[in-house]
Ligand binder design. Structure first.
Ligand code: BGC
Length: 558
């Protein structure tokens, strides 16, 4: 197998350095702490880490406002600590990609300080200025809860500058060739230090043109193709992952002809998984997968349930958004901008079967799964913290002080640990969960392990939906070379049954993938199967060597 395609079979894990482990006891996580926890990630079965921004920043947007692209936030450690982390991760065969915040910078960045100081500054044209806030009127506002314009006034030089996110994050001017070159230098700099690629932030917004939405413009695609080319030539094997929260047709375009992004987050699918559950119907998932499946060879969707942001609902219909709010965000504090700021477990009322079903979906639908730190434990959130901070609280390692994250006084932590009784760190933590064989953490290890047993099939295989009359059940077969996996999900909260036309697979025998339990071979009749509430099955379809009558022979270790 060509190793340059490593991302296709990998399981990814998203981490904020500040949230993972505090090695020097200042209340903030750091690179050395992260290095200490690599073994945990290895044991969990993680192949690649996505690091949230760790660069120098005034942290007005948690690091997505970079004040120096060539240095690390001192609280997170030194450059040596970073290099040591990368080399240790590689020694565990874990790859590391990091955020590339490319659309905007911090207003504390020297580039912007120079630009704003004088209209004749050499850096002036690195940003987008106008005498009035009237230009680019069709560009939507993204942070609608805090911003009422994409322009901010710069009193010193009496002009407005353009910003797509917080006003402290001026957008760069990609029409300026120096900016385009500088960002390539940033990329080279970090890849030379050993990173394996980037999650490129906010990619649709780079170029702006009057009379357009200023999203997904051809110039933006061209620029990413240039970056891709440079990375392929200078850093083969490194990857680019797009954060493009767009409607399916536009999201798909970030793969180009296989010459742009290697991967893109599956924003079209993510909310529709939750909608399918809310409606107890397979329709939303099937419709969206059918729309987004034809992507170039060697490209993959990166599938996620939750991340560090709100669960965004910008690219769904008004009706779908209402369904989501009614089902998953009953209190106003659970919402932010156009989304829901909750972690996975609280979103689904901490229902274990639902959490398992959702993970079984992202581990078996086409694409590369990515987990958000702490969701493997079923961590809770804190909706009383502002912005998106409620889902960014310290990782819960043990039932010790501060959940084993740090030894400081609790008041000194960058954010309080979760103490809500239903999600208290005293029970929801790595150490406790490792001790209980039935814990969510052990179940997550199991599913990651099973996924690895079938990694090419589940990572690269085609998908075929199996029609059935019962919309509560989502049924599909993944296929790769001579392998077949039948996956069934009961999206409803009551037990149900399906009758599947599996005539194309006649003679094969379903073997349940987690326990190796044998099921009757597929014959002439429709295949009939019952599924418990929010239950799921993955069946490996094999050519049987024994008769069905042997099914109950032998040992059962489960
Ligand atoms: C990141 C957010 C960030 C925004 C602005 C994103 O899409 O995921 O956390 O606030 O970009 O940089």
């Amino acid at each position: 197998m060509n190793d340059n395609l490593w991302y296709r079979d990998a399981v990814f894990y998203e981490i904020a350095v500040k949230s993972f482990h505090d090695s020097n006891n200042d209340g903030i996580g750091d690179f050395n702490g992260l290095t200490m926890k690599l073994e945990y990630l290895k044991n969990l079965g993680i192949d690649a880490i996505w690091l949230l921004p760790f660069y120098k920043s005034p942290l007005r947007d948690d690091g997505y406002d970079i004040s120096d692209y060539y240095s690390i936030l001192p609280e997170y450690g030194t450059m040596e600590d970073f290099k040591n982390f990368i080399s240790k991760a590689h020694s565990y065969s874990i790859r590391v990609i990091a955020d590339l915040v490319i659309n905007h910078i911090s207003d504390q960045n020297q580039w912007f300080i120079d630009a704003r100081s004088d209209k004749n500054s050499k850096k002036r044209d690195w940003f987008i200025w106008n005498d009035t806030p009237d230009k680019f009127k069709d560009a939507r506002i993204i942070f609608i809860d805090t911003e009422n314009s994409n322009w901010a006034y710069e009193a010193g030089t009496k002009q407005y500058y353009f910003h797509r996110f917080y006003s402290q994050q001026p957008d760069l001017n990609y029409d300026n060739p120096e900016v385009r070159e500088e960002m390539k230098n940033v990329i080279r700099y970090w890849l030379n230090l050993g990173l394996d690629g980037f999650r490129a932030d906010a990619v649709p917004y780079l170029f702006k043109r009057e009379g357009t939405s200023c999203e997904n413009l051809p110039e933006t695609h061209e620029y990413f193709k240039e970056i891709r080319k440079m990375m392929d030539i200078e850093f083969p094997g490194t990857i680019l992952l797009a954060e493009a929260n767009q409607w399916p047709t536009e999201a798909k375009k970030y793969f180009g002809n296989g010459d742009e992004f290697h991967m893109a987050f599956n924003f079209p699918l993510m909310p529709r998984i939750f909608i399918s559950l809310a409606k107890r119907s397979n329709r939303s998932i099937i419709d969206i997968i059918n729309q987004i499946s034809d992507i170039p060879d060697d490209c993959d969707w990166c599938i996620f349930l939750r991340n560090h942001d709100e669960l965004t609902l910008e690219m769904v219909t008004d009706e779908e958004r209402d369904i989501m709010y009614n089902e998953y965000a009953k209190l106003p504090k659970m919402r932010l901008n156009m989304g829901i700021r909750r972690r996975l477990a609280p979103l689904v009322d901490n229902d274990r079967s639902t959490i398992e079903l959702l993970n079984a979906l992202i581990f078996s639908l086409p694409g590369t799964p990515i987990l958000y730190y702490g969701d493997e434990l079923g961590m809770g959130d804190n909706i009383y913290l502002g912005d998106r901070n409620g889902v960014r609280t310290p990782m819960q390692w043990s039932y010790d002080r501060n959940a084993g994250f740090s030894k400081v006084d609790a008041e000194q932590l960058y954010a309080p640990v979760i103490t809500n009784p239903n999600y208290h760190y005293e029970s929801v933590n790595v150490e406790s969960e490792l001790r209980i064989s039935s814990s969510l953490l052990n179940w997550m290890k199991k599913i990651i392990g099973v996924r690895k047993d079938y990694k090419e099939l589940l990572g690269r295989g085609a998908i075929e939906f199996i029609n059935n009359k019962n919309q509560r059940v989502l049924a599909y077969i993944r296929k790769y070379e001579n392998q077949r996996m039948l996956c069934l999900f009961n999206l409803s909260r009551r037990p149900t049954y399906v009758e599947l036309d599996l005539s194309n697979y006649k003679g094969l025998k379903p073997i349940e993938a987690f326990t190796k339990a044998p099921f009757p071979r597929i014959g002439d009749l429709n295949y009939f199967i019952t599924i418990p509430p929010r239950g799921f099955f993955w069946f490996n379809l094999i050519i049987p060597e024994t008769d069905d009558s042997m099914d109950f022979e032998g040992e059962d270790n489960y």
